[in-house]
Design a protein. Sequence first.
Length: 348
Amino acid sequence: MLTTTETQAPVTTKVTLTFSDGIAHELAVEPGQSVLDAGLAAGLPLLHQCRSGSCSSCFATLAEGAAETLPGCGSSLLAAERAEGGRLLCVTAATSDCRFVLPYDSKVGEQRAAEGHAFVNVVERVAADVMRLELELAEGCWFDLRPGQFIRVKVPGTEQMRSYSVSSPPSALPKIELLIRLLPGGVMSQWLLDSAAVDDVLEISGPYGSFFLQDGNKAPHVMIAGGTGLAPMMAMLDTLRARPGRKPPILLSFGCQSAEGLFHREAIALRELWLPGLTVQISVDRGPAPEGVRVGNPVQAIGADGPLDPATVAYLCGPPGMLEAGRAHLLKLGLAPDNIHMEQFSAS
Protein backbone atom coordinates (compact mmCIF):
# COMPACT_ATOMS: atom_id res chain seq x y z
CA MET A 1 0.00 0.00 0.00
CA LEU A 2 1.26 3.50 -0.87
CA THR A 3 2.06 5.82 2.02
CA THR A 4 1.15 9.51 1.94
CA THR A 5 4.68 10.36 0.82
CA GLU A 6 4.84 7.78 -1.95
CA THR A 7 3.64 8.22 -5.53
CA GLN A 8 3.16 5.59 -8.16
CA ALA A 9 5.76 5.69 -10.93
CA PRO A 10 4.43 6.35 -14.44
CA VAL A 11 3.88 3.10 -16.32
CA THR A 12 5.09 2.67 -19.88
CA THR A 13 2.95 0.87 -22.42
CA LYS A 14 4.15 -1.76 -24.85
CA VAL A 15 3.34 -0.87 -28.45
CA THR A 16 3.93 -3.21 -31.38
CA LEU A 17 4.25 -1.73 -34.87
CA THR A 18 3.74 -4.22 -37.71
CA PHE A 19 4.72 -3.30 -41.27
CA SER A 20 2.90 -4.69 -44.30
CA ASP A 21 5.79 -7.08 -45.04
CA GLY A 22 5.25 -8.72 -41.63
CA ILE A 23 8.24 -7.17 -39.84
CA ALA A 24 7.26 -6.06 -36.33
CA HIS A 25 8.93 -3.93 -33.66
CA GLU A 26 8.07 -3.48 -30.00
CA LEU A 27 8.35 -0.10 -28.27
CA ALA A 28 8.11 1.10 -24.71
CA VAL A 29 6.04 4.31 -24.91
CA GLU A 30 6.13 6.77 -22.03
CA PRO A 31 2.93 8.37 -20.66
CA GLY A 32 2.08 11.43 -22.73
CA GLN A 33 4.53 10.47 -25.48
CA SER A 34 3.28 10.04 -29.03
CA VAL A 35 3.76 6.66 -30.66
CA LEU A 36 5.56 8.36 -33.54
CA ASP A 37 8.08 10.06 -31.24
CA ALA A 38 8.76 6.78 -29.47
CA GLY A 39 9.21 4.98 -32.79
CA LEU A 40 11.56 7.59 -34.21
CA ALA A 41 13.59 7.63 -31.01
CA ALA A 42 14.01 3.87 -31.43
CA GLY A 43 15.23 4.39 -35.01
CA LEU A 44 12.23 2.84 -36.74
CA PRO A 45 11.59 3.72 -40.43
CA LEU A 46 8.24 5.47 -39.93
CA LEU A 47 6.74 7.78 -42.54
CA HIS A 48 5.90 11.22 -41.17
CA GLN A 49 5.99 14.89 -42.08
CA CYS A 50 3.89 17.50 -40.25
CA ARG A 51 3.95 15.92 -36.75
CA SER A 52 0.76 17.87 -35.96
CA GLY A 53 -2.01 15.55 -37.14
CA SER A 54 -2.75 17.34 -40.39
CA CYS A 55 -0.96 15.53 -43.23
CA SER A 56 -1.86 11.84 -42.56
CA SER A 57 1.63 10.62 -43.50
CA CYS A 58 1.90 8.66 -40.25
CA PHE A 59 -1.43 6.83 -40.64
CA ALA A 60 -1.71 3.41 -39.00
CA THR A 61 -4.53 1.08 -37.98
CA LEU A 62 -5.04 0.14 -34.34
CA ALA A 63 -5.45 -3.65 -34.41
CA GLU A 64 -5.33 -4.40 -30.68
CA GLY A 65 -5.52 -2.41 -27.46
CA ALA A 66 -6.48 1.21 -26.87
CA ALA A 67 -4.96 4.47 -28.09
CA GLU A 68 -6.33 8.01 -28.07
CA THR A 69 -5.45 11.42 -29.44
CA LEU A 70 -3.10 13.38 -27.18
CA PRO A 71 -4.82 16.18 -25.21
CA GLY A 72 -4.92 19.46 -27.11
CA CYS A 73 -4.11 17.85 -30.45
CA GLY A 74 -6.27 17.61 -33.56
CA SER A 75 -6.44 15.05 -36.34
CA SER A 76 -7.36 15.20 -40.01
CA LEU A 77 -8.75 11.66 -39.94
CA LEU A 78 -12.25 11.11 -41.24
CA ALA A 79 -14.75 9.89 -38.65
CA ALA A 80 -15.16 6.61 -40.54
CA GLU A 81 -11.41 6.01 -40.59
CA ARG A 82 -11.15 6.55 -36.85
CA ALA A 83 -14.12 4.28 -36.18
CA GLU A 84 -12.32 1.51 -38.08
CA GLY A 85 -9.15 1.93 -36.01
CA GLY A 86 -7.34 4.59 -38.00
CA ARG A 87 -4.87 6.69 -36.01
CA LEU A 88 -2.23 9.31 -36.79
CA LEU A 89 0.80 8.23 -34.80
CA CYS A 90 2.14 11.76 -34.35
CA VAL A 91 -0.81 12.73 -32.13
CA THR A 92 -1.63 9.32 -30.66
CA ALA A 93 -0.84 8.08 -27.17
CA ALA A 94 -1.20 4.44 -26.15
CA THR A 95 -3.57 4.02 -23.21
CA SER A 96 -2.90 0.30 -22.94
CA ASP A 97 -0.55 -2.22 -24.52
CA CYS A 98 -1.52 -2.21 -28.18
CA ARG A 99 -0.60 -3.12 -31.74
CA PHE A 100 -0.68 -0.97 -34.87
CA VAL A 101 -0.56 -2.13 -38.50
CA LEU A 102 1.24 0.15 -40.95
CA PRO A 103 0.06 0.39 -44.60
CA TYR A 104 3.58 0.20 -46.05
CA ASP A 105 6.55 -2.14 -45.86
CA SER A 106 9.59 -1.68 -43.64
CA LYS A 107 11.76 -0.49 -46.56
CA VAL A 108 9.57 2.49 -47.51
CA GLY A 109 10.29 4.54 -44.41
CA GLU A 110 14.03 4.07 -44.85
CA GLN A 111 13.85 6.53 -47.75
CA ARG A 112 14.27 9.76 -45.81
CA ALA A 113 12.95 13.06 -47.11
CA ALA A 114 15.58 15.29 -48.73
CA GLU A 115 15.90 19.05 -48.98
CA GLY A 116 17.15 20.89 -52.02
CA HIS A 117 16.44 23.37 -54.78
CA ALA A 118 14.56 23.20 -58.06
CA PHE A 119 14.38 25.48 -61.09
CA VAL A 120 11.06 26.55 -62.59
CA ASN A 121 10.74 25.24 -66.17
CA VAL A 122 7.07 25.97 -66.92
CA VAL A 123 4.30 28.07 -65.35
CA GLU A 124 1.03 27.40 -67.17
CA ARG A 125 -2.57 28.18 -66.29
CA VAL A 126 -4.57 25.11 -67.31
CA ALA A 127 -7.99 26.06 -65.87
CA ALA A 128 -9.72 29.01 -64.25
CA ASP A 129 -8.33 28.00 -60.86
CA VAL A 130 -5.49 25.57 -61.63
CA MET A 131 -1.84 26.21 -62.48
CA ARG A 132 0.63 23.66 -63.80
CA LEU A 133 4.13 24.14 -62.44
CA GLU A 134 7.02 22.14 -63.88
CA LEU A 135 10.21 22.06 -61.83
CA GLU A 136 13.64 20.56 -62.44
CA LEU A 137 15.77 19.41 -59.55
CA ALA A 138 19.08 21.21 -59.18
CA GLU A 139 22.36 19.32 -59.54
CA GLY A 140 22.96 17.12 -56.52
CA CYS A 141 19.31 17.03 -55.43
CA TRP A 142 17.39 13.75 -55.77
CA PHE A 143 14.14 12.37 -54.40
CA ASP A 144 13.28 8.68 -53.93
CA LEU A 145 9.74 9.35 -55.08
CA ARG A 146 6.82 6.93 -55.20
CA PRO A 147 3.83 7.71 -57.45
CA GLY A 148 1.20 9.43 -55.31
CA GLN A 149 3.50 11.08 -52.76
CA PHE A 150 3.80 14.83 -52.20
CA ILE A 151 6.54 17.42 -51.78
CA ARG A 152 6.72 20.68 -49.86
CA VAL A 153 7.57 23.98 -51.52
CA LYS A 154 8.65 27.18 -49.77
CA VAL A 155 6.72 30.17 -51.13
CA PRO A 156 9.33 32.66 -52.42
CA GLY A 157 9.68 35.75 -50.28
CA THR A 158 8.00 34.10 -47.26
CA GLU A 159 8.72 31.47 -44.62
CA GLN A 160 5.55 29.56 -45.51
CA MET A 161 5.57 26.03 -46.90
CA ARG A 162 2.92 24.43 -49.07
CA SER A 163 2.38 20.72 -49.85
CA TYR A 164 1.54 19.43 -53.34
CA SER A 165 1.14 15.94 -54.77
CA VAL A 166 3.47 15.22 -57.67
CA SER A 167 1.59 14.59 -60.93
CA SER A 168 4.58 13.24 -62.86
CA PRO A 169 5.92 9.69 -62.41
CA PRO A 170 9.27 8.95 -60.73
CA SER A 171 10.67 8.06 -64.16
CA ALA A 172 10.35 11.76 -65.15
CA LEU A 173 12.91 12.85 -62.53
CA PRO A 174 14.77 15.22 -62.36
CA LYS A 175 11.60 16.93 -63.64
CA ILE A 176 8.63 17.26 -61.30
CA GLU A 177 5.15 18.43 -62.30
CA LEU A 178 2.67 19.95 -59.84
CA LEU A 179 -1.00 20.87 -60.30
CA ILE A 180 -1.78 23.76 -57.96
CA ARG A 181 -5.21 25.11 -57.16
CA LEU A 182 -5.38 28.91 -57.18
CA LEU A 183 -6.97 30.25 -54.01
CA PRO A 184 -8.15 33.86 -53.50
CA GLY A 185 -5.59 35.56 -51.28
CA GLY A 186 -3.35 32.47 -51.13
CA VAL A 187 0.34 33.31 -50.82
CA MET A 188 1.41 30.64 -53.31
CA SER A 189 -1.44 31.57 -55.65
CA GLN A 190 -0.40 35.22 -55.56
CA TRP A 191 3.20 34.34 -56.34
CA LEU A 192 2.18 32.12 -59.24
CA LEU A 193 -0.08 34.79 -60.73
CA ASP A 194 2.14 37.83 -60.16
CA SER A 195 5.77 36.81 -59.98
CA ALA A 196 6.57 33.24 -61.02
CA ALA A 197 8.93 33.02 -63.98
CA VAL A 198 11.04 30.45 -65.78
CA ASP A 199 14.42 29.86 -64.04
CA ASP A 200 13.16 30.97 -60.63
CA VAL A 201 14.71 28.84 -57.89
CA LEU A 202 12.50 27.21 -55.25
CA GLU A 203 13.37 25.51 -51.97
CA ILE A 204 11.70 22.12 -51.80
CA SER A 205 11.72 19.00 -49.64
CA GLY A 206 10.31 15.51 -49.88
CA PRO A 207 8.95 13.11 -50.74
CA TYR A 208 6.33 12.62 -48.04
CA GLY A 209 3.18 10.58 -47.48
CA SER A 210 1.92 7.02 -47.19
CA PHE A 211 -0.48 7.48 -50.12
CA PHE A 212 1.17 5.84 -53.11
CA LEU A 213 0.64 3.15 -55.72
CA GLN A 214 0.89 -0.32 -54.21
CA ASP A 215 3.51 -2.50 -55.86
CA GLY A 216 2.54 -5.55 -57.87
CA ASN A 217 -1.22 -5.44 -57.34
CA LYS A 218 -2.92 -7.02 -60.38
CA ALA A 219 -6.49 -6.48 -59.14
CA PRO A 220 -8.70 -3.87 -60.85
CA HIS A 221 -7.94 -0.27 -59.87
CA VAL A 222 -10.43 2.51 -59.16
CA MET A 223 -9.21 6.11 -58.94
CA ILE A 224 -11.49 8.91 -57.74
CA ALA A 225 -10.12 12.44 -58.05
CA GLY A 226 -11.66 15.78 -57.16
CA GLY A 227 -10.03 18.87 -58.70
CA THR A 228 -6.25 18.90 -58.25
CA GLY A 229 -6.66 15.52 -56.56
CA LEU A 230 -6.06 14.36 -60.13
CA ALA A 231 -2.31 14.99 -59.64
CA PRO A 232 -1.31 11.75 -57.90
CA MET A 233 -3.58 9.74 -60.20
CA MET A 234 -1.67 10.99 -63.25
CA ALA A 235 1.58 9.85 -61.65
CA MET A 236 0.06 6.44 -60.91
CA LEU A 237 -1.35 6.02 -64.42
CA ASP A 238 2.01 6.81 -66.02
CA THR A 239 3.77 4.42 -63.67
CA LEU A 240 1.31 1.60 -64.41
CA ARG A 241 1.77 2.17 -68.12
CA ALA A 242 5.55 1.85 -67.82
CA ARG A 243 5.45 -1.35 -65.79
CA PRO A 244 6.09 -4.55 -67.74
CA GLY A 245 3.41 -7.17 -68.13
CA ARG A 246 -0.35 -7.09 -68.28
CA LYS A 247 -2.02 -3.97 -66.88
CA PRO A 248 -4.93 -4.18 -64.45
CA PRO A 249 -8.31 -2.76 -65.52
CA ILE A 250 -8.42 0.87 -64.34
CA LEU A 251 -11.40 3.18 -63.81
CA LEU A 252 -10.61 6.87 -63.36
CA SER A 253 -13.45 9.08 -62.16
CA PHE A 254 -12.41 12.74 -62.22
CA GLY A 255 -14.64 15.64 -61.26
CA CYS A 256 -14.63 19.42 -60.87
CA GLN A 257 -17.24 21.87 -59.67
CA SER A 258 -17.99 23.30 -63.13
CA ALA A 259 -16.92 23.11 -66.77
CA GLU A 260 -14.67 26.16 -66.26
CA GLY A 261 -12.69 24.18 -63.71
CA LEU A 262 -11.98 21.17 -65.93
CA PHE A 263 -8.39 20.65 -66.98
CA HIS A 264 -6.03 18.02 -68.41
CA ARG A 265 -8.75 16.47 -70.61
CA GLU A 266 -6.31 16.04 -73.50
CA ALA A 267 -3.70 14.54 -71.18
CA ILE A 268 -6.29 12.09 -69.82
CA ALA A 269 -7.41 11.17 -73.36
CA LEU A 270 -3.79 10.43 -74.23
CA ARG A 271 -3.59 8.00 -71.31
CA GLU A 272 -6.70 6.26 -72.63
CA LEU A 273 -4.80 5.60 -75.87
CA TRP A 274 -1.75 4.35 -73.99
CA LEU A 275 -3.72 2.15 -71.60
CA PRO A 276 -6.48 0.21 -73.41
CA GLY A 277 -7.72 -1.07 -70.03
CA LEU A 278 -8.34 2.46 -68.76
CA THR A 279 -11.93 3.70 -68.55
CA VAL A 280 -12.53 7.38 -67.77
CA GLN A 281 -15.57 9.14 -66.33
CA ILE A 282 -15.42 12.95 -66.14
CA SER A 283 -18.01 14.86 -64.11
CA VAL A 284 -18.96 18.39 -63.12
CA ASP A 285 -21.01 19.10 -60.02
CA ARG A 286 -23.28 21.50 -61.88
CA GLY A 287 -24.13 22.11 -65.54
CA PRO A 288 -23.95 22.97 -68.28
CA ALA A 289 -21.58 20.15 -69.06
CA PRO A 290 -19.47 19.73 -72.22
CA GLU A 291 -20.10 16.77 -74.49
CA GLY A 292 -18.95 13.54 -72.88
CA VAL A 293 -19.02 15.00 -69.37
CA ARG A 294 -21.66 13.90 -66.87
CA VAL A 295 -23.37 16.13 -64.30
CA GLY A 296 -22.85 14.85 -60.77
CA ASN A 297 -19.93 14.09 -58.49
CA PRO A 298 -17.15 11.61 -59.32
CA VAL A 299 -18.17 9.26 -56.51
CA GLN A 300 -21.61 8.61 -58.01
CA ALA A 301 -20.05 7.43 -61.26
CA ILE A 302 -18.44 4.43 -59.55
CA GLY A 303 -20.56 1.31 -59.85
CA ALA A 304 -23.05 2.93 -62.23
CA ASP A 305 -22.04 0.54 -65.02
CA GLY A 306 -22.05 -2.63 -62.93
CA PRO A 307 -20.66 -4.21 -59.74
CA LEU A 308 -17.01 -3.95 -58.77
CA ASP A 309 -14.69 -6.89 -58.27
CA PRO A 310 -14.42 -7.28 -54.44
CA ALA A 311 -10.62 -7.41 -54.81
CA THR A 312 -10.54 -3.94 -56.39
CA VAL A 313 -7.98 -1.52 -54.95
CA ALA A 314 -9.14 2.10 -54.77
CA TYR A 315 -7.28 5.40 -54.59
CA LEU A 316 -9.12 8.59 -53.63
CA CYS A 317 -7.74 12.12 -53.54
CA GLY A 318 -9.70 15.31 -53.00
CA PRO A 319 -11.55 17.36 -50.37
CA PRO A 320 -12.71 15.73 -47.09
CA GLY A 321 -16.40 15.56 -48.08
CA MET A 322 -15.59 13.67 -51.26
CA LEU A 323 -13.38 11.22 -49.38
CA GLU A 324 -16.02 10.56 -46.75
CA ALA A 325 -18.67 9.92 -49.40
CA GLY A 326 -16.31 7.92 -51.59
CA ARG A 327 -15.19 5.60 -48.81
CA ALA A 328 -18.77 4.90 -47.70
CA HIS A 329 -19.84 4.27 -51.31
CA LEU A 330 -16.96 1.87 -52.01
CA LEU A 331 -17.62 -0.08 -48.81
CA LYS A 332 -21.26 -0.49 -49.87
CA LEU A 333 -20.03 -1.79 -53.21
CA GLY A 334 -18.14 -4.54 -51.38
CA LEU A 335 -14.56 -3.27 -51.25
CA ALA A 336 -12.46 -4.21 -48.23
CA PRO A 337 -11.45 -1.24 -46.03
CA ASP A 338 -7.76 -2.16 -46.38
CA ASN A 339 -8.06 -1.79 -50.18
CA ILE A 340 -9.18 1.85 -49.97
CA HIS A 341 -6.33 4.37 -49.94
CA MET A 342 -7.03 8.08 -49.49
CA GLU A 343 -5.22 11.42 -49.56
CA GLN A 344 -7.06 14.46 -48.23
CA PHE A 345 -6.66 17.88 -49.85
CA SER A 346 -7.42 20.98 -47.84
CA ALA A 347 -6.73 24.65 -48.52
CA SER A 348 -3.82 26.19 -46.61
